[in-house]
Design a protein around this ligand. Structure first.
Ligand code: ATP
Ligand code: MN
Length: 478
């Protein structure tokens, strides 16, 4: 058996005095031909390994270079130096993999995030990305734990679909037809009957419609999977491939939906605070150093951990869309013409408007409800005023929209009328309409963009830095 190692995170909590300890990891630094800082990915804290002078031959010592992989056996002793309570006094050092230090792209100095994006295959080896990916894992685990505790079923909705949940374009086509010479109908249109599925198909933009089918029988379900949008929005908040969590609940109205979303967000943040405090402290520190370089008015008022505590301990603000527009119209930002985009009832709020509400006006997460029906999807439940739908978006400081959800239209006649108005083909969604014909119930759900949540919890500012290998316009490396 090869894997007799103990993880460094665990070892650093143990008492000195044990013999025959085995660790494996990658060299971060090697000082004075004697002190190795070893990292194994379990924590940012490196294990100090002492290779006592004269005990190891020069050939071996020469091979202990930055990022070389080692197996070290030794005795856990009290540390002579400062910075760590224990260290490993090596009795045996084995090189598992050499690393040419001259060619290794990561030097022990500060690299820009942009540079690190270009070497995304190696950026996991930095402290920043170690912390980010451990927190990302915790948040994903917490998502499952939250819903499992509440009796939701994890439902796997298809990745390849023939529908577009939003009723709008921006999808990636899935096809096996030859693109240089596709089969054509007499009219000249591409003949998708000859395509793999016998029809035109796409990568999913949301699992919601299928999720509703599950919820209206199983009660409460959630999806957690990749979604794809070919939107050409080159922003720090959009990816072409991102992970979305979409719970869908029978017997829930809009308020139930908001309550669930708010407690869900608080739960997974709390989980990270209970399980990843060391990494959060590291990122908190990193952020405050980063912000020292910004002009005073661009800096956050709270540090990362204080911000997370604040969100967990306080109620989200809940306002209607109409109230939100009034706040914007009465703001000094509006009066001083600081907004680039127009403000009036009916607009799809731009990120500058959302950020004003959240960061300047309320200074906390805000749930905006009852949007104009014309800017929202066909399946949202129509309100009695004839103008708005039972939608809710949750806006978070520094991020903007983090959740989009609604109570769904359960009344068949209203749903069909809305689909006609919006030119959505009923025959393509016959299976969706069936749920409204056979025991329809009030139900609701939302979608939370997982990477936006990871951004919020890690305090990072570019969504490309919280997913291992980002897919964005003109970029799909690794
Ligand atoms: P936005 O206005 O920010 O583009 P949206 O209205 O298109 O968002 P929804 O269709 O409601 O978003 O999707 C639900 C959630 O998925 C959003 O609240 C957001 O958290 C996330 N999301 C949407 N598009 C993206 C994307 N391109 N990359 C990452 N996350 C996304
Ligand atoms: Mn969008």
């Amino acid at each position: 058996m090869f894997n007799k190692r103990i993880k460094i995170k665990e070892l650093l909590l143990q008492q000195a005095g044990q013999q025959g300890i085995v660790v494996m990891g990658w060299v971060r630094t090697f000082r004075n031909n004697q002190f190795i800082a070893l990292n194994d990915g379990s924590t940012n804290a490196n294990l100090q390994i002492v290779a006592s002078l004269g005990e190891f031959n020069d050939e071996l010592l020469k091979r202990i270079t930055t990022s070389a992989a080692l197996k070290v056996t030794g005795e856990l002793v009290e540390s002579q130096g400062r910075g760590q309570p224990v260290e490993l006094k090596a009795t045996e050092i084995q090189i598992l993999g050499d690393s040419d230090a001259e060619k290794y792209p990561l030097q022990p100095k500060k690299h820009s995030l942009e540079f690190l994006r270009g070497i995304a295959h190696l950026r996991f080896r930095t402290n920043t990305f170690g912390s980010i990916f451990r927190i990302r894992h915790s948040l994903a685990f917490a998502v499952h734990q939250f819903f499992h505790e509440k009796g939701f079923l994890y439902m796997h909705t298809p990745i390849i679909t023939a529908t577009d949940a939003e009723g709008a374009g921006e999808m990636f086509r899935v096809t096996t037809l030859p693109f240089d010479n596709p089969p054509r109908e007499e009219s000249g249109a591409i003949n998708f009957k000859e395509d793999f599925f016998g029809r035109s198909t796409n990568l999913t933009v949301s699992g919601q419609l299928e999720g509703e089918l599950g919820a209206t029988a199983l009660g409460e379900i959630y999806t957690f999977g990749p979604t794809f949008r070919a939107e050409n929005s080159n922003t720090t908040r959009h990816l072409a491939e991102f992970w979305m969590i979409e719970p869908e609940m029978a017997f829930h109205d809009l308020e139930d939906n908001m309550n669930l979303a708010e407690s869900f967000i608080k739960y997974i943040i709390r989980f990270a605070m209970e399980n990843n405090m060391e990494d959060l402290k590291f990122l908190d520190q990193r952020l405050s150093e980063e912000e020292k370089l910004l002009p005073a008015d661009k800096r956050s008022e709270m540090g990362l951990i204080d911000k997370l505590k604040f969100v967990v301990d306080n109620n989200f603000e809940r306002i209607t869309y109409t109230e939100a527009i009034d706040i914007l119209l009465n703001s000094s930002a509006y009066k001083k013409k600081k907004f680039q985009y127009e403000v009036k009832w009916g607009i799809d709020m731009q990120s500058e408007h959302e950020r004003y509400l959240v960061e300047k006006h309320f200074k906390k997460p805000v749930i905006v409800t009852n949007y104009p029906k014309d800017i929202k999807a066909f399946y949202m439940r129509q309100n009695d005023d004839g103008k708005t739908v039972a939608a809710m978006d949750i806006l978070a400081p520094g991020i903007g929209e983090i959740v989009g959800g609604s109570q769904r239209e359960e009344r068949l006649d209203k749903l069909v009328t809305r689909m006609k108005d919006m030119h959505i083909a009923e025959d393509e969604l016959w299976w969706y309409l069936d749920t409204r014909k056979f025991g329809t119930v009030p139900h609701a759900g939302f979608g939370l963009g997982f990477e936006r949540m990871v951004l919020f919890v890690t305090g990072m500012t570019n969504i490309r830095d919280v997913i291992a290998f980002p897919r964005t316009p003109k970029s799909a490396d690794f």
